[in-house]
Write a protein that binds this ligand. Structure first.
Ligand SMILES: CC(C)(COP(=O)(O)OP(=O)(O)OC[C@H]1O[C@@H](n2cnc3c(N)ncnc32)[C@H](O)[C@@H]1OP(=O)(O)O)[C@@H](O)C(=O)NCCC(=O)NCCS
Length: 164
């Protein structure tokens, strides 16, 4: 059951330090890719945050980004889930699923037909209807940003994709 005090919303500038802490705490354990503060601020509009209201304050307890890639000559727009994280204290309560479902809803709203992720937890995505696919099946353009990734030469992420 999702608590009434918990909601998902678009990230605000004020949320960035907490998002940064959440992502990089997991990145230090090699559970997800790190992100720098500047990148989070510049891509703030891609972020959704899961927040818990505690009295007068709100705490960021999860986040995800929805990124889009146009494949060019095939004329396909792909949505991509990145930076999915739920604070350890709140894991196993359906919040990760809620964040992914929010991405599905938002991508569908604007007419996107496919969504994918490059992930360290493919089984989590399989439970949500994703299929594991060979890397080569994703458009070349998807990989162009990988050049900036610290794990470019030893990538252990699994591609998963779903029709919306
Ligand atoms: C992966 C993560 C986002 C899952 O969030 P969560 O809130 O704990 O997951 P949920 O409670 O929504 O789980 C939904 C379903 O997925 C399953 N699941 C959760 N984590 C899983 C995992 N690592 N592997 C396989 N299945 C998983 C749950 O058992 C649940 O199954 P059910 O519907 O049959 O009960 C969270 O564990 C996390 O932030 N991990 C650290 C960062 C990370 O790994 N991010 C992903 C990087 S690619």
């Amino acid at each position: 059951m999702i608590k009434k005090s918990i909601k998902i919303e678009r990230a605000k500038v004020i949320d960035v330090p907490e998002i940064y802490k959440l992502i990089n705490k997991f990145a230090k354990k090699n559970l997800m890719l790190p992100r720098v503060m500047n990148d989070i601020y510049e891509r703030i509009f891609e972020f959704f945050v899961l927040k818990e209201r505690i009295g007068e304050t709100q705490k960021v307890i999860g986040c995800v980004t929805l990124h889009f890639t146009w494949t060019g000559k095939d004329n396909i727009v792909l949505a991509e889930i990145r930076s999915l994280a739920v604070d350890e204290e709140y894991q196993g309560k359906g919040y990760g699923k809620l964040l992914v479902q929010k991405c599905h809803k938002e991508a569908k709203k604007i007419g996107v037909k496919k969504i994918f992720a490059l992930t360290f937890v493919p089984d989590f995505f399989v439970k949500l209807g994703y299929k594991i696919v060979p890397r080569e099946t994703l458009p070349h353009k998807v990989w162009t940003e990988c050049i900036n990734c610290p794990f470019f030469m030893s990538c252990k992420e699994t591609p998963v994709i779903k029709d919306l």
